[in-house]
Structures are given as C-alpha cells and as structure tokens.
Design a protein around this ligand. Structure first.
Ligand code: TRP
Length: 451
C-alpha cells in the first residue's frame, strides 16, 4: 500500500494531469533560452553529451525520489521533509532541506521572471515588424538597446511576476492543467517549424556537428559542472518543485514511467531548440558563445526572413512566455504551500507576499544588464552570480541531499512501499542509482571543481 494521506491543497485529476504539470514545469526557458547559450559557451558536443548522461543517471532517479517523497509526505517540501524524517526516526534538521529549496526557488524565479519578460517584449517586437529582413547586426543591436533600458526590463518583469502570482493564487490545478494541454504541443510544433527553417540554411550540417560531435578538448571542469547544473535546472529538480507536485499525485501512479516521460519530453525540446538555433548562428557569422542573448539575436533573423515571419515570431514568443509561466509557478509553489500550511495565510495573501519579495529581488537582475553592469564580482554580474549559485550549487546540493535521504535515511520499507507498483527490477535499479550513482556523481563533480 502506498501512502494513504491526501494533500490539503487538492490532488491532480489524473496521472496525465500530473505529467502535464510536471512537463510544464520542466519545459521552459531552461530548454529554449538557457540550453543553447550555455552549450554554445561550453563548446557544444561534449557538453551536450555530459548533459544527456547527467539527465539519465542523476536526473531521472532524483526525479523519482522527489516525486516519491512528495507523495508520501503530502505537504509542502519543508513539512514533508519534517514528517518523513520523523517517520524514519532521523535527525529533524532534514527539514532545512525544504528551506534550501524555498530559498533557491525565490532566487531562481527572481531572474527567471526578468528573462521571461524579455520574451514578452519580443512578442511586441515581432508584431511591429522590427525583425523584417534584419541582419545579424540589426538583431544584435536591437537586443543590446533593449537590455540597456532598465525601464523596459522593469515593465516586462513586473508584468510577468503579476501574471505568475495570479495563476498561482488560483491554485495549481485550475487554469494550469488546461493551458498546458494546448500550449505545450503548440510550442512543440513551432519548434519543428524553426528546425525546418534551420534545415534550409546552408549551415545546417555545421550546426548539427557543433551540437553532436563531442570534442572533449573544449570541455572544462567548470563546463562539466554547468552541464550537471543544467540537468537539474531543466528538469526542475533539487528544490522541491517536483516534490510539491508529487504531493498532489494520486497513489498508485507509476512514478518511474512518469519520470521517464517527463525527462524525455524535456530533453527533446532542448535538443530541438539547439538544432533550430545553431545553424542560424553559423549561417550568419554569429558567435555561439555570445551568452544569454543568443536566442534573441538568432531567431529574429529567421523570423525576419521566412514568409509569415511576423506572425510566427509573435506566436513563438507568446508560447515561450506560457512555457515560462508554467515553470515559474512551480518555483514559488513550495513557498506558497508552506505559508498556507504554517502561517495560516490565505492562498492569495501568500501569493502576494512571495511574489513581492521575488519581484524585489528581480530588480538586481534587471539592473545587472544596464545600470549595474559594471558592478561585478570576479567579472560576474549580479545575474551571473545568481545563476551560478542556484543552478550550479544549490540545486545539485539539494539533489545530492535528497538522494541521500531517499536512498540511505528513509527506511527501505517506506520507499519500497511507495514504489511498490513499479516492479521489483525497476525498484532495484532505482535504489542502486539513488544510493550509489547519483549522489557519488554529484559529489565527484563538486570536488573536481573545488580541487
Ligand atoms: N525547469 C524549468 C526550465 O527549464 C525551470 C524551473 C521550474 C526550475 N521549476 C524549477 C528549475 C525548479 C529548478 C528548480 O525552464
């Protein structure tokens, strides 16, 4: 028998609803904005290979662990960790792992919202025909001028944060289940159209080779850490987002199968984004390692040239905003669920306060692209530091501790009970990975960077 408790916040209507919500959380800016630019900065192929290995050996087992812990605890991650630690008669300090996740969620959402705002601004730029016939110089200077304007970034960041909090205030099941059902497939189709365009450029082969031909001489130790961090980031792991979604999961749903489906869909979207973008990069003599502006400098060139480009551009950036929205709600849900459970706040009030704090933090990212651009720590802006701290340190650390908890601290009886529907072999493989492979791999990569 799996856990019989239910969550006070409600439950997903079906297994499919959970898959949609978790895929909605996983697929977002991480796949379409971040993956291509960090793959570009880290030399392509070898980085992509390490990322794929991390998704399979670290990501999937930890996703199963997070879902399972959430479903057994049936509360916000902080309270779930507390009650599972009690159940295992373990040290009560395990609930600080929930806190680590809440803090990571605030930090990530604060910059995520700013970038989602860029996508919002690009909806308008597409419609107004700014990209028609634009060369690489034009799109690059358009982007440069845009991020140089604190007021514009502030406006879009504010709009995105308000939208996020409105959706979260309504509860995760309501509007979200429905929107993800239509918008995700639409985004997928649009990506295929972009891949079609990329195939028509004469640098298609070069783009594919860059992404898939591994050249390990171009991958540094810090590149390996970034690839692992990206595996956590893109799958929404290590901070309790999937745990809180798992807490709304009905009993007797196969967690192994859902995890493989979610990770597979997420990886596919990231690879398609890469396949769409790098041929445009090479065909137009752009720099693959040019950084966070990469998709905003490349895709508009394609929209400016293809028939109906203004329309497709608008549609693409709208769908990107929605993909970001379905991710951002999972970043704040652990904090909101805790405020409702422990502080007796209404959902709306909890949303208001957590949204406000995130918005305020986001100002740091807004200004790091303009007013504070010269304010750096070893050459890194506020945004760079935030991104490194969360994706490369906090998420893998959270994931490592979650793996240790699920594999070593929690009684085997409990995890077996929760994963009883998976079959003996799947359980054994999972347990081996979660005890030995995932935590050790994360630890080795950490040590490698420190040494
Ligand atoms: N996975 C999302 C993306 O790729 C971002 C995200 C949502 C996330 N929830 C998360 C990242 C929780 C880390 C942890 O865009």
């Amino acid at each position: 028998m799996a856990g019989t408790r239910t969550s006070i916040h409600g439950e997903w209507s079906s297994r499919f609803a959970f898959i949609l919500a978790a895929t909605g959380s996983a697929v977002g800016l991480g796949n379409i904005w971040k993956f291509p630019y960090i793959a570009g900065q880290n030399g392509g192929g070898a980085f992509v290979l390490v990322y794929l290995i991390c998704v399979a050996l670290i990501g999937i087992p930890i996703m199963m662990a997070e879902t399972m812990l959430g479903r057994r605890g049936r509360q916000s991650p902080i309270n779930t960790m507390q009650s599972l630690a009690e159940e295992a008669k373990a040290n009560p300090n395990w609930h600080f792992l929930g806190w680590l996740g809440v803090v990571a969620g605030f930090l990530i959402l604060s910059y995520y919202s700013v970038i989602a705002g860029w996508a919002g601004a690009y909806v308008v730029k597409s419609v107004s025909g700014d990209f028609s016939g634009a060369s690489a110089e034009v799109t690059s200077s358009l982007f440069g001028e845009f991020v140089a304007s604190p007021l514009q970034l502030l406006f879009w960041h504010t709009l995105f944060m308000v939208s996020t909090m409105v959706v979260v205030a309504r509860g995760v099941q309501g509007g979200l289940e429905k929107s993800v059902r239509f918008l995700m497939p639409a985004l997928f189709v649009l990506l295929l159209i972009m891949v079609g365009y990329a195939m028509s450029t004469d640098a298609y082969g070069q783009g594919i080779a860059f992404l898939f031909a591994p050249d390990f001489s171009r991958l540094s130790t810090s590149g390996i850490l970034t690839a692992m961090g990206q595996a956590f980031f893109t799958l929404s792991l290590g901070m309790g987002a999937i745990m809180v979604y798992g807490s709304y999961l009905p009993s007797h749903v196969s967690i192994a199968r859902t995890s493989v489906i979610i990770a597979g869909a997420d990886t596919l979207v990231a690879l398609l984004a890469g396949i769409a973008i790098f041929p445009i990069v090479f065909a137009n003599g752009l720099e693959p390692g040019s950084g966070p502006g990469l998709i905003f400098q490349t895709l508009p060139i394609a929209f400016g040239k293809m028939p109906g480009g203004a329309f497709f551009g608008m549609l693409f950036f709208i769908l990107l905003v929605f993909a970001a929205l379905s991710s951002s709600i999972s970043l704040i849900e652990p904090a909101v669920a805790w405020l409702v459970e422990n502080k007796g706040m209404s959902r709306r009030r909890a949303c208001f306060w957590s949204g406000f704090v995130t918005w305020l933090l986001g100002l740091g990212t807004v200004f790091s692209f303009n007013l504070w651009a010269d304010f750096t720590l070893f050459g890194n802006t506020f945004f760079d530091v935030l991104d490194y701290l969360t994706a490369n340190i906090m998420l893998p650390l959270g994931g490592l501790l979650l793996a240790v908890f699920a594999g070593w601290i929690m009684k085997q009886r409990a995890s077996k009970d929760e994963l009883s529907d998976e079959g003996v072999l799947v359980y054994k493989v999972w347990r081996f990975l979660i005890r030995y492979v995932s935590p050790v791999a994360v630890a080795i990569i950490f040590l490698d960077v420190i040494m």
